[in-house]
Write a new protein. Structure first.
Length: 178
């Protein structure tokens, strides 16, 4: 049997957090924390994770909210912040547009749509959310089907992202030729 490396030192996490705090500015740490979370959190909670003061976090969070990178949510315990999924969708589409030609985007979109059609035929459904896993399925069958449905959902998200990148490219192209 292969031997594993020894356990990390007890203070390994603390050391890594210190390196992160010392090598990354406050704004970037806050952005990393808020973009990594899927649930709203208070400025204090984000500050704790970003290892900064709540006031610094609040100032940067307000700036990110003004830019549309994150959203503010009113909550009985106070204002909470969460990443803006629409911004992330736009950003990913924009990156695709910047790194691929229109022809490449169209080719990849065609491949993705073919994959989507294959999933629709396999599951006899229009979308992954339309699929019901039989209640008598075994654990292994559940696991396999959930994995495939997750992959299908990812294909559909990627299709949307490619379509948005193509819309952006067309708008840019039309402005350049006008």
């Amino acid at each position: 049997m292969a031997e594993f490396d020894p356990s990390p030192p007890d203070d390994a996490l603390s050391q890594e957090q210190t390196r992160w705090r010392e090598s990354t500015n406050t704004r970037d740490r806050i952005q990393t924390v808020v973009m990594g979370q899927q649930e709203p959190a208070t400025a204090s909670k984000i500050a704790e994770r970003a290892q900064c003061s709540a006031n610094a976090a609040r100032d940067h969070l307000e700036a990110f909210a003004d830019l549309g990178v994150i959203r503010k949510c009113d909550h009985p315990i106070g204002t909470q912040y969460v990443r803006n999924e629409s911004y992330l969708h736009w950003r990913r589409a924009n990156e695709l547009r910047d790194t691929h030609t229109t022809e490449e985007l169209l080719d990849r979109l065609a491949e993705l749509e073919t994959t989507d059609e294959a999933y629709q035929a396999e599951f006899d459904a229009s979308t992954p959310s339309d699929v019901d896993i039989p209640p008598d399925a075994t654990h292994a069958e559940w696991e396999t089907q959930l994995k495939e449905l997750s992959e299908w959902a990812t294909v559909r998200q990627t299709i949307d992202r490619h379509k948005e990148a193509l819309r952006m490219a067309r708008r840019t192209d039309s402005r350049l030729t006008a």
